[in-house]
Write a protein that binds this ligand. Structure first.
Ligand SMILES: [Ca+2]
Length: 166
């Protein structure tokens, strides 16, 4: 009986320790779609899958004339800036990548004059995906799920290994 109690205590402690390393992250809201699209999750871990956060454009919709694309941290500091859709954020700031939820700000003028302003969030997962629990995977859209037609299709494969919103 004593051994059983010890075993139970060890199991509980192990479970507690394991749990403490799991971090919860967003996808609280659906990503921007339309003429300008941007995913709400990316995984800059250098595996070649959803590693860079790009502003995406659909060929059949009005294209970007001018754009300001910013990433901010929780304090409002600007971590990344781009005015070129071909230049995306690789998750790094001062040479380091840190998982978390960051703020996206986009201000763009489309060819034809329409103005798009967007403020939202992106979940950045830099390490082993098994470390994380995403709050609402049903809302997560990866770059691989961009459908080229004004949005993201949750039915398209993420390309991510099991553990990240499979
Ligand atoms: Ca990746």
């Amino acid at each position: 009986m004593r051994n059983l109690c010890l075993l139970l205590i060890v199991i509980v402690l192990l479970a507690a320790c394991t749990k403490s390393t799991i971090k919860k992250y967003g996808c609280d809201e659906l990503p921007l779609s339309g003429s300008i699209c941007i995913p709400n999750i990316f995984t800059p871990n250098d595996d070649g899958i959803n590693d860079v956060l790009y502003v995406r454009q659909s060929p059949g919709l009005p294209q970007i004339d001018t754009m300001v694309f910013r990433i901010l941290d929780g304090t409002g500091a600007i971590l990344f800036y781009s005015s070129d859709p071909a230049v995306g954020w690789d998750g790094s700031y001062n040479g380091k990548k840190k998982s978390g939820v960051y703020t996206i700000e986009i201000e763009a003028t489309l060819v034809g004059g329409q103005i798009v302003e967007y403020s939202g969030t992106v979940t950045c997962m830099t390490k082993n995906p098994n470390e994380y629990v995403v709050d609402d995977c049903a809302n997560c859209r990866f770059d691989n799920q961009f459908n080229g037609n004004g949005g993201f299709d949750s039915g398209l494969p993420t390309g991510e290994p099991n553990g990240v919103c499979p």
